[in-house]
Design a protein around this ligand. Structure first.
Ligand code: ZN
Length: 124
């Protein structure tokens, strides 16, 4: 039932997932190109520093893309299990508007708000 209702969301997620994977492949392509260039005798100090920053940026980006892929894959697995759109904390249906905005959402709005408060050390 829920699966049919969210078919458009699922298709969008699958398309996004493909895009993320392409992005990841591109990032990794760039990294391997860099490795090949390494050991060049013409490297200057400033260039090296700039390159290091670039590589760090790329690592951060790669990590973020990987996280996205994991989130989306987890969300897509829920379609198979038939629990997509169900809040992992309270078991309530997540609002469809929320799922449209954040297709891989794990929590409903109120649980997310409660968790955010908790994270801020509200419970102290
Ligand atoms: Zn909830």
């Amino acid at each position: 039932m829920a699966e049919k209702k969210y078919l458009a969301v699922k298709e969008k997620m699958e398309a996004d997932l493909l895009r993320f994977k392409e992005q990841l492949a591109q990032i990794r392509d760039m990294s391997s190109e860099e490795n090949r260039r390494e050991g060049s005798p013409y490297g200057k100090k400033e260039e090296e520093a700039a390159e290091t920053a670039e590589i760090e940026n790329r690592w951060a980006l790669e990590k973020r893309v990987l996280e996205q892929i994991t989130e989306y894959e987890n969300a897509l697995k829920k379609f198979e299990k038939g629990n997509y759109g169900i809040c992992e904390m309270c078991g309530q249906q997540i609002a469809p508007e929320r799922l449209e905005a954040v297709p891989h959402a794990k929590l409903c709005i109120s649980c997310k708000a409660a968790k955010a408060k908790e994270a801020k050390g509200f419970a102290a």
